[in-house]
Design a protein around this ligand. Structure first.
Ligand code: SAH
Length: 203
């Protein structure tokens, strides 16, 4: 998966490639889907949600420029896969999920895998996780119509936020947002298709 779908398509950060070699994606999907876990696609995880395509996980992880010890906020825990990749990269991960069933199963799985540097919370992540702010990095793995102001406010300076944004459901642009000396800059990194970001500052 890493060689053919990720490195071959231009993701070069060794920290990303190593992390994705270490995290076994089949453990984050139901047994019936395990044989498809290393294919180039998103897969259903229940509740109408998906574990993201491995390539987009790699692209987002690379854009974040994670350094060991970074405090990283993820919105949209889902299966817990992206959180595990970030933890393998050396981040202290805070991840928020709004659907109770997914929150419970991801929290248990990540604990059983001994990812003690990941904390999981059940909440509307469009409002961030103010208790632990600011975050060096923020990644949103669901797509909403705008960049939530709460997340910009909870981003450290300097800091990087990666988020899919689109005025239409399931059609987004991947936006790279940087905060430097109080200045916010936004760059369009290309098209993507994520499930809905649902909440106060989402759909
Ligand atoms: N990062 C996940 C991808 C899961 S899909 C993984 O690696 O498996 C996106 C997830 O975002 C879904 O589980 C969905 O329930 C969740 N989500 C959508 N809106 C949210 C919100 N406002 N706060 C927290 N989670 C949200």
């Amino acid at each position: 998966m890493v060689d053919e779908q990720i490195a071959a398509r231009g993701v070069a950060d060794p920290n990303v490639l190593n992390a994705m070699r270490n995290v076994q994606r089949h453990l984050f999907v139901q047994d019936a889907l395990a044989s498809r876990a290393y294919s180039d696609s998103a897969l259903p995880i229940g509740e109408g949600q998906t574990i993201s395509q491995p390539y987009i996980v790699a692209v987002m992880s690379e854009l974040l420029k994670i350094e060991p010890g970074h405090k990283v906020l993820e919105i949209g825990t889902g299966s817990g896969y992206q959180a595990a990749v970030l933890a393998e990269m050396g981040a202290d991960v805070f991840t928020v999920e709004r659907i109770r069933k997914l929150f419970i199963s991801a929290r248990k799985l990540l604990f059983d895998m001994r990812y003690f540097n990941i904390q999981v919370k059940l909440d509307d992540g469009t409002m961030g996780w103010p208790d632990n702010a600011p975050y060096d990095r923020i990644v949103v793995t669901a797509g909403g119509p705008e960049i939530p102001q709460y997340l910009i406010d909870q981003l450290a300076d300097p800091g990087i936020l990666v988020i899919p944004v689109g005025g239409q459901r399931r059609v987004q642009r991947l936006m790279l947002v940087t905060k430097t000396d109080g200045k916010i800059e936004t760059t369009d990194m290309g098209g993507c298709a994520f499930v809905d970001l649902v909440g106060k500052q989402g759909w």
